[in-house]
Design a protein around this ligand. Sequence first.
Ligand code: PLP
Length: 237
Amino acid sequence: MHKIDEKLANVTARIKRAAESAGRNAADVTLLAASKSQPAEQLRLAFAAGARRFGENYLQEALDKQRQLTDLSDIQWHFIGPIQSNKTRAIAEHFNWVHSVDRVKIAQRLNDQRPAALGPLNICLQVNIDNEPSKSGVSLEQLDELALRVAQMPHLALRGLMAIPAPRNTDASHCSFARVATALKQLRHQHPNCPLDTLSMGMSADLEAAVTAGATIVRIGSDIFGPRAAATAPTPP
Ligand SMILES: *Cc1c(COP(=O)(O)O)cnc(C)c1O
């Protein structure tokens, strides 16, 4: 098996190739290492190889790793998993970004609980782009209403949209990603004062399709860290 630094270099090269063939600047695509279920030592290796942004899905696991990695001063933490309301305070206090906001209630709690000294919490609204019943995310129909509310919250910075398309072929994924990109453009017109610059989309299997459609953050797990143990299911709270 390849080492993390080789895998990270491969992923970076894939991003660069995909950006260039789409006529985009590779510097406009940020790599987020999706590190759920990986021990802190793996994150430390990825950091040593150049990764600075890490995405976590489970609060307790993330807090444990944060405690073990306090010496990595310019590390940035992104919360990318489903959010229960009893977890919002710790998320508001311990993360730089949240990609998975899909309800006003959760946004309101994050806003109210964000320590003012940390500055606004960066928010992406998660869109259920293929209307999958089992998946988190707001529907495109309800997106405007949610965005309108979040845009008014002073301790949140509405940065953009996050989506996970249904697992299908590349053309279908590209189509879903393109619809998310269109939705972001529309939001930008509606909210000229929000820094709406972020499309968080693309994982190991569909990075290229996402970058082609305009992704600015790709969230890559298994192609950096290797396959996860079968238990990707949440551990009990
Ligand atoms: C696990 C996860 C990823 C990374 O998925 P890979 O297929 O391992 O690259 C990205 N985004 C979210 C929300 C995840 O939970």
